[in-house]
Design a protein around this ligand. Structure first.
Ligand code: NDP
Ligand code: 2IT
Length: 444
């Protein structure tokens, strides 16, 4: 059995019941074989054996009192995955599906993603199996405060810097910053990113993941003599990443036609009304059915997959494994030519195989959605320097970072003889950056 197959078998056996983590490991480890042929020192020093094992996994009780006065108990996590190139960095997710395995898959992906950005960021991720849906503002506040009552002792501006993810936006980050400051005697609020601009948040951070995704795809198109102009774009999700991706597609002349939430999807053939979407989702926090009510010319489909809508480009921006084999088959059948992942691991392995076999441009999440964490790094810089940069300054830096990622992943794919395989390119380029930093620091 090869080195990578044996390593994978061992890693899976020692983390039973964590299918998402196994999937993320398999997808990366299986592509790294050629690296070990060129660089046997990595095998001798067991760099990958060490890298796949998180430095630390913290799991804790989160007790809180709901609006009815009943006691609730949730479970919180933080995985401090790898600190070879900087402080642990990655978001916090509040969703009922959060488990140790989900947090480990996200932390592992984050470690390689952060490596790809070229910025001084280690990898981490956290969250809780708390469901924010239907909770009042004061219930969310109570939960965030209890979550931080434990987490505060493990994080800090130079050790571990959380941000948002599914179910966690500027409101939740703000509540966590407030509690962190009370507990630590007013240490700088810079320990979180994704803050509101009035207390140190970077302009451009809310937009960064969605915009970055579209910048990266635009650069890949440009290399093939194409652009977003006139392209019909199917987007899943209706949160931070999805809505900002739709906004940037429109700005670049494309036509975003769908968004979805866990209830169903909107199809708006003439192009989405992004201002209306923001009002419904960000301000009123309502379901997508409200879009159909406000714009009766659109269609709302309960259930179903957005992937059944014919398009040129698909941007999955909701959650892991939301794009299964049947979705990939429908996309290919209807003529889709490119897939860019705004979410983390949204395509199943079977779907990825279909994209690759059919020659689609396929940009995996760890490269395509790295814009968010990149602007988080810019927010950290601004906080350290006690500065606030303009939106234009941040947006222009983001464009440069996304171009840098495209360059790195395409160069790695070419160097390893598969120029169109961006999965291979992203995995190898991300791995090399973290691996070299680990090698330089001894056996850590
Ligand atoms: P939000 O909470 O803002 O939005 C999530 C959206 O996805 C909602 O519309 C939600 O619908 C939908 N969704 C979530 N889980 C499911 C599910 N199990 N089934 C169906 N729909 C679901 O999150 P973000 O936009 O921030 O994150 C979206 C994805 O992007 C995630 O994979 C995240 O890890 C990734 N990402 C986020 C970054 C960021 O900066 N925020 C950075 C890089 C990646 P509903 O409301 O009905 O649950
Ligand atoms: O998955 C991700 O990259 C994020 N949720 C953003 C992490 C961050 O620290 O900004």
């Amino acid at each position: 059995m090869s080195y990578t197959s044996e390593l994978l078998k061992r890693a899976i056996a020692r983390s039973p019941g964590e299918p998402e983590f196994h999937q993320a490991l398999r997808e990366v480890v299986e592509t790294l074989g050629p690296v070990f042929e060129k660089r046997p020192e990595y095998v001798r020093w067991k760099v990958l054996d060490r890298l796949i094992e998180p430095e630390r996994l913290i799991s804790f009780r989160v007790p809180w009192v709901d609006g009815k006065g009943d006691v609730q108990v949730n479970r919180g996590y933080r995985v401090q995955y790898n600190s070879a190139i900087g402080p642990y960095k990655g978001g916090i997710r509040f969703h009922p599906t959060v488990s140790a395995g989900v947090i480990k898959f996200l932390g592992f992906e984050q470690t390689l993603k952060n490596g790809l950005t070229g910025l001084p960021l280690g990898g981490g991720k956290g969250g809780a199996d708390f469901d924010p849906k239907g909770k009042s503002d004061t219930e969310v506040l109570a939960f965030c405060q209890s979550f931080i009552n434990e987490l505060y002792r493990h994080i800090g501006p130079d050790t571990d810097v959380p941000a948002g993810d599914i179910g966690v936006g500027a409101r939740e980050v703000g509540y966590m910053v407030g509690q962190y400051k009370r507990l630590t005697g007013n240490l700088p609020g810079g320990v979180f990113t994704g803050k509101a601009p009035s207390y140190g948040g970077s302009l451009g951070r809310p937009q960064a993941t969605g915009y970055g995704l579209v910048y990266l795809m635009e650069d890949l198109f440009r290399r093939k003599g194409q652009s977003f102009e006139g392209k019909k774009v199917v987007i899943s999700g209706a949160g931070n990443v999805a809505i900002h991706a739709a906004e940037k597609v429109l700005q670049l002349g494309g036509v975003p036609v769908t968004v979805s939430d866990s209830g169903g999807y909107i199809y708006d053939a003439g192009g989405l009304d992004v201002a209306l979407l923001k009002e419904i989702k960000f301000n009123r926090k309502e379901r997508l059915t409200a879009y159909k009510e406000a714009k009766p010319s659109s269609e709302y489909k309960a259930g179903g997959m957005v992937w059944e809508v014919p398009c040129d480009v698909a941007l999955p921006c909701a959650t892991q494994n939301e794009l299964p084999k049947a979705g990939a088959e429908a996309l290919v059948k209807n003529g889709c030519k490119a897939v860019g992942e705004g979410a983390n691991m949204p395509s199943t392995p079977e779907a990825v195989e279909i994209f690759q076999k059919n020659g689609l441009i396929y940009a995996p999440g760890k490269a395509a959605n790295a814009g968010g964490v990149s602007v988080s790094a810019l927010e950290m810089s601004q906080n350290s320097m006690r500065q606030g940069w303009s939106f234009e300054q941040v947006d222009s830096a983001l464009q440069g970072i996304m171009k840098g990622i495209v360059k790195q992943i395409t160069q790695a794919a070419e160097a390893y003889g598969q120029p169109d395989n961006l999965v291979l390119g992203a995995n190898i380029a991300g791995f090399l950056r973290v691996a070299d930093a680990m090698m330089g620091q001894g056996v850590v």
